[in-house]
Design a protein. Structure first.
Length: 238
């Protein structure tokens, strides 16, 4: 599915004579890859890319299943290490197996989990699958992981900020406990982006080698009266 590449690639620094001037390292500004080609997820290995966002057409069969599952208030909350070659995905959500479209949705979850493991050469992925009635992480933040894949099957998609629109000094404790919209963290409120439903977002976190201080800044969206619930899948490197 992907051209295999090592995860952590380090480049040795050139030797500099003692007491000689060494200019400060300049890292390229981060950028987002937006595509409709699933193979472009592999571009996450590029040094200046911290988000690959792959837009996918939402199949009517899966859309119908997700709508029914969210409408009947059925809940799921799973968080565990998964080996896609051994895990029993069929037992993941027994309350909804009779709904039309369940198998199509489940096949997509299996496919994304397998693709994630293949992309990073991992046997297992940290799978989290849950229904949400509120914003799980309502403030903008970065993830303390190497990489995370996210897919909102239903409801409002994850929000994120491009680099030019964020003041990283105001993340976390730097915000002094005040809301993001008044702390100065959001440099341009019109720049807030949202991942579409069914799109696949692959983001670098703070623990990706060489990406310290440049993890993608994102947050959970606030539910609305029209879209009060979400069905969210995330996959983490272990």
């Amino acid at each position: 599915m992907f051209a295999r590449a090592p995860f952590a690639q380090t480049v040795g620094s050139p030797r500099v004579p003692p007491n000689s001037f060494q200019p400060l390292e300049r890292r390229p500004a981060t950028k987002t890859v937006m595509s409709d080609r699933f193979a472009d997820l592999a571009r996450i290995y590029e040094e200046d890319v911290n988000l690959c966002l792959i837009d996918r057409p939402l199949p009517l069969e899966i859309e119908g299943f997700v709508y029914a599952a969210l409408s009947n208030k059925t809940r799921i909350e799973i968080s565990q290490a998964v080996d896609p070659s051994r895990y029993d995905f069929g037992a993941i959500w027994p309350q909804v197996t009779a709904l039309d479209g369940f198998r199509a949705w489940l096949d997509d979850v299996v496919w994304l989990t397998s693709a994630f493991c293949e992309l990073f050469g991992q046997r297992e992925a940290g799978l989290r699958l849950r229904t949400l009635d509120n914003a799980m992480c309502p403030r903008f933040h970065v993830d303390r992981v190497p990489a995370r894949m996210i897919c909102s099957y239903g409801g409002i998609g994850t929000e994120w900020l491009p680099e030019y629109a964020v003041d990283r000094d105001k993340l976390g404790m730097g915000g002094c406990g005040v809301p993001d919209q008044v702390s100065g963290l959001i440099a341009d409120a019109t720049a807030i982006r949202q991942m579409p439903a069914y799109a696949v977002g692959l983001m670098k976190g703070e623990h990706w080698v060489g990406n310290e201080g440049r993890g993608l800044v994102h947050r959970s969206p606030t539910p609305t009266a029209v879209q009060p619930r979400r069905l969210l899948l995330t996959l983490d490197m272990l």
